[in-house]
Design a protein. Structure first.
Length: 580
């Protein structure tokens, strides 16, 4: 099978990738670390050739006829195995594209550097932009095409009209009906109705000529450090009062009472010479603290006052020791080293709460921080590999169960602008999202409706759809659907520039070289569900926007936007010598 694709790994992601490649008409072989009943089931379902690597990866790759493959895609859950397969495939298949899933940016950069056929992708990094956009309520997507910046933006439709009459020469990407149905890449003569939303493509100058103001994201909340000093001090005092052991305040009250009583006793009973109230307070303080500067003593005082001094010294030492123990608990114990994070979280307003400190959660938190947003992370396990990374990003981490009201209250849920639930467990994400919806009450909703968007990561597409239908969540993002297009495109030679979601439907922006199959094909002969953004001609000129009668020429670089299945169909049609 010359020109086949070898998929290495047997994760849920790998199986979805195999399914998408088969739907695209590709020949696929599956390379797995070891065989089991699940592997046999996959083999029977798709009639694949499955090779196991139980006796060495080199022999297994050779059995996959890898030297004649067009691509090797390494997507195992074990990234060490991905790296091993990618390095071996580099030697055994010098003509194949090698696509590898790696979350380690350093190793990934070394693998991809210096070779155009190596593509290293990270699932978490690919899905992060969609999560961030949903959290911040952004409906504007920037696309760089050969140095020209294009913008995809969503606008409400206020009256019935054709897209051409309402938006001029702007290219329609999608129309979202009032009921939520999405029409991908309609023609300019498509009639839109009031209450619908139109997703349009153009340069910023194009939008300006149509007198359209691009939507902007909600402004970031001010940093707590810029708030007035009295307010910060008040927050600090309130936080200390919440976090300290209640017995600290009881013992402080006992100490204060002892000091007051001693001051009164010495003020009224000390003789030879007498004492003022201030002297009595001073002498009581130094006696309780067992300091003693020699300026006052009880040597010449009546017996009852000397007995009082003995009681005062023992009571003072005991009470002071207990108070200092509670203060040590506040300042240096592990219980309130976490309290420092709670202190910062309680000072925040308009921040984003990220639930989960795994690779995905850390990627989301890092992207939000890069955009100047305040972030609080909630994590159940007290020790993860990303704890130090979070500290480096200056992100407070609240340790506890995110499904519990107290934990989310400590994270400042009542003052948050968005919540991203991105743990590695779908069940945990669903549980937390339901709990957060109950805690938010009427504030739960969309960022553009002044509500708090709750973005939920669900791995599987079908489960994500079921969650949306059953619980009515508005921002459920299936990780597979966000990342698989990048891997499929990289395996087939499509350079993916970006992906975004339009009301749950994934769109891709990609570039590919026009082959003989598309030579002389005009724009109106392409799939109705794709939109050509621009064409880089062989002479170096950039043509945009192409018209209906504009035709491709072999060797052109074409920039397309649309549902990724449609883009892959165009890619296959244009591949020189490729199968239809």
């Amino acid at each position: 099978m010359p020109g086949h694709i070898v998929v290495c790994g047997f994760s849920g992601f790998a199986l979805r990738l195999v399914e998408q490649l088969l739907e695209s008409g590709e020949h696929v072989m599956l390379l797995v670390p070891a065989g089991d009943a699940g592997v046999s089931a996959a083999q029977n379902r798709w009639h694949l050739k499955v090779v196991t690597a139980q006796f060495g990866a080199t022999g297994a790759l050779a059995e996959c006829d890898v030297e004649r493959a067009q691509a090797v895609v390494c997507v195992s859950d074990d990234e060490r195995w991905n790296l091993e397969i990618a390095l071996l495939a580099d030697q055994l298949a010098p003509g194949a594209r090698i696509v590898t899933q790696l979350s380690n940016a350093t190793v990934g950069a070394a693998m991809a550097g210096g070779s155009g056929r190596h593509v290293v992708l990270d699932v978490a990094a690919l899905a992060t932009p969609s999560v961030m956009e949903a959290c911040l309520g952004r409906t504007v997507h920037d696309i760089d095409v050969e140095g020209t910046n294009f913008v995809v933006a969503t606008f409400p439709v206020t009256e019935d009209a054709s897209l051409r009459a309402r938006f001029g020469d702007l290219a329609p990407v999608a129309v979202i009906a009032a009921g939520g149905d999405v029409t991908a890449c309609p023609g300019r003569d498509h009639i839109v109705r009031a209450g619908e939303r139109a997703v349009m493509l153009g340069t910023r100058d194009d939008f300006g000529r149509q007198q359209l103001i691009l939507p902007t994201a909600l402004p970031a909340a001010p940093d707590a450090a810029r708030r007035p000093l009295p307010r910060r001090l008040l927050h600090t005092a309130e936080t200390f009062a919440r976090d300290a052991n209640p017995n600290l305040f009881r013992m402080a009250a006992v100490l204060a009472t002892l000091l007051v009583v001693s001051t009164i006793v010495l003020w009224r009973g000390y003789r030879k010479p007498g004492m003022s109230a201030l002297d009595a307070l001073y002498f009581s303080s130094e006696t309780i603290a067992t300091v003693g500067y020699g300026d006052f003593n009880f040597a010449t005082q009546p017996p009852w006052l000397r007995l009082w001094s003995i009681l005062l010294m023992f009571a003072g030492v005991t009470t002071t020791a207990i108070v200092m123990a509670f203060l040590a608990d506040v300042l240096i114990s592990r219980r309130l080293s976490h309290g420092a994070a709670r202190t910062r979280a309680r000072r925040m307003t308009g921040h984003t709460v990220v639930v989960g400190l795994g690779s995905f959660g850390m990627s989301v938190a890092g992207a939000l921080r890069e955009h100047g947003e305040q972030v609080v992370v909630v994590e159940r396990a007290e020790h993860t590999r990303f704890t130090e990374t979070a500290a480096g990003l200056d992100v407070p981490v609240i340790y506890g169960d995110a499904a519990l009201p107290d934990t989310m209250a400590s994270a400042g849920l009542g003052r948050a602008r968005a919540v991203a639930v991105v743990t590695s467990s779908d069940l945990t994400n669903i549980e937390v999202a339901i709990a957060v919806r109950a805690l938010l009450g009427p504030r739960w909703g969309s960022a553009h409706d002044d509500g708090v968007p709750v973005v939920v990561r669900i791995f599987d597409r079908d489960l994500a759809g079921a969650v949306v239908e059953r619980f009515g969540f508005q921002n459920v993002l299936p990780t597979v659907e966000l990342a698989v297009p990048w891997f499929v495109g990289a395996a087939l030679g499509l350079h993916v520039l970006g992906t975004f979601s339009v009301h749950g439907e994934s769109f891709m922006v990609g570039r590919f070289e026009v082959g003989s199959g598309l030579d002389s094909v005009t724009m109106d002969e392409l799939s109705a569900r794709t939109r050509v953004v621009a064409i880089r001609r062989a002479d170096g000129s950039l043509e945009h926007p192409p018209r209906r009668g504009t035709s491709f020429a072999a060797g052109d670089l074409a920039y397309l936007i649309g549902p990724y299945a449609e883009l892959l169909a165009v890619l296959q049609r244009g591949r020189s010598g490729g199968r239809p």
